[in-house]
Ligand binder design. Structure first.
Ligand code: COA
Length: 424
């Protein structure tokens, strides 16, 4: 039995943030019923299309293990279907623009009336306040949550990161909120509203930068490279380039082949406990005891010199050789891995974090499987549903409509009934 078996999720999500949340819940065993607009569905189905007439990777990689039903929720008959789903399901997850669900006629009050045990979980761009009505995408959240102002180099623009901390990050926050509310419902018998604003989620992931903001009041942030470079600090936490986020100085350093390979680099951390071994490794044994080098605090104004010397050594090795040599010495390093290297990584394939999935329209493709491993609830990744693929079975088996009633719903324009994929 899977951890969340028996939990029914009314998945009213689209694009990335909401779908990552419900995909995770599906991987943990919940029955996730994705409600989509007839004829169109989640807009990502047709965004960044690489295989003509097939659902995009954007969609397929975010919607595994779900069922899809099409309902026009602005059609009166469609609203009735949605009401029945609300009465049947445990959780409604949505990430529409603020107010969209109310405009559809499904306010939190109405949902509670229909099903007092319902948990209603939402992603919005901002929490209550002056920006609460704004539509928000990933990079806006990264900017408003403090990530962009603290990412990049001191002399460059604010920078967004490739990690989707606004969308997938908030999806994770929401999933934790949902599971917590389900646990609470066991005791209270009631559902509740769960809200994960993207700005708040990003800020939560940038917690250490707010820490540094307050430390500035006590003087310069000595572990930042700019301290050693004699550059004054301003009022706000600066961009830290590739400096390590904690008290152990680190940098990205060139490795053998860097001239032609954009990813021939390693991250190298001069953890205090490993200092003596680092000095021996790079051929500077005197630095173990030399005044100005012997204590971590003395080294902070010489980080450029130290890392330049370490880089002379790393440039003689590949990033994997650096890993193989440093790990047995307990020197923390990490190769800069390209997506190509990650996709081919045997270890990640073995653990199911990289999975190959088959799809009737597009054939086999790779995806990121469940990154959280539960020993008693293993995950089997199955393909994303075609638009409306499970409409009939959900209407009849989950909601108890007769075949005639299904035909009437179709007639009324409340739904579309789609045949199963021909290829299967
Ligand atoms: N049947 C009929 N209508 C449907 C429907 C269905 N099955 N599903 C959705 N709709 C309607 C909604 O009722 C809404 O209509 P309305 O504006 O007339 O009330 C509309 O489709 C979709 O709304 P919206 O959410 O505004 O879509 P959008 O494409 O304009 O905006 C976002 C996209 C992501 C910017 C916006 O949804 C948003 O800000 N979401 C919250 C933050 C978020 O999750 N952002 C990250 C996305 S990865």
């Amino acid at each position: 039995m899977k951890a969340l078996e028996g939990v029914k999720i009314l998945d009213f999500t689209h694009v990335q943030s909401g779908p990552t949340c419900t995909q995770l819940l599906a991987w943990f065993g919940a029955d996730v019923i994705k409600v989509e607009r007839p004829g169109a569905g989640d807009a990502t189905r047709k965004q960044l299309v690489d295989v003509p007439n097939a659902d995009s990777l954007y969609f397929t990689m975010l919607n595994h293990n779900k069922r899809s039903i099409t309902i026009d929720t602005k059609n009166p008959k469609g609203k009735e279907v949605l009401e029945r789903l609300i009465k049947t399901c445990d959780v409604l997850v949505e990430n529409f623009a603020p107010g969209a669900l109310d405009r559809m006629g499904f306010s939190w009050e109405r949902i509670q009336e229909l099903n007092p045990r319902m948990i209603m979980a939402s992603v919005k761009g901002f929490g209550p306040g002056k920006y609460e009505d704004c539509k928000v995408y990933e990079n806006v959240a990264q900017c408003a949550g403090g990530s962009a102002s603290t990412t990049g180099f001191l002399d460059g623009l604010p920078m967004v990161t490739g990690a989707q901390i606004g969308d997938t990050g908030t999806g994770l926050h929401l999933a934790i909120g949902i599971v917590t509310a389900l646990y609470h419902r066991e005791k209270s018998g009631r559902g509740q509203k769960v809200l994960a604003p993207m700005q708040d989620g990003v800020l939560n992931l940038c917690r250490v930068k707010l820490r540094d903001q307050q430390r500035l009041a006590s003087g310069p942030l000595k572990e930042y490279s700019q301290y050693g470079e004699g550059i004054a600090f301003g009022e706000a936490t600066p961009r830290a380039g590739n400096d390590s986020g904690g008290g152990q100085p680190g940098r990205i350093l060139k490795c053998k082949g860097w001239e032609t390979d954009p990813n021939a680099y390693t991250y190298f951390i001069t953890q205090a406990a490993a200092w003596d071994k680092i000095c021996d490794l790079i051929g500077e044994p005197d630095w173990k005891t030399a005044p100005g080098y012997d204590k971590p605090v003395h080294r902070l104004d010489k980080l450029n010199k130290i890392f330049n010397r370490i880089e002379q050594w790393t440039m003689t090795k590949t990033k994997f050789e650096v890993m193989d040599i440093c790990n047995p010495l307990d020197i923390p390093v990490g190769p800069i891995l390209s997506m190509k290297e990650i996709m081919d990584d045997e270890g990640l394939r073995k653990t199911g974090t990289i999975v190959q999935v088959d799809h009737p329209e597009r054939g086999p493709y790779f995806s990121v499987g469940c990154p959280i491993k539960l020993s008693d609830s293993p995950v089997e990744v199955t393909r994303s549903p075609l638009l409306g693929e499970h409409t009939s079975e959900i209407l009849t088996q989950v909601l108890g409509y007769s075949d005639d009633e299904v035909a009437q719903l179709k007639e009324a324009g409340a739904t579309e009934v789609v045949k199963k994929a021909a290829a299967e």
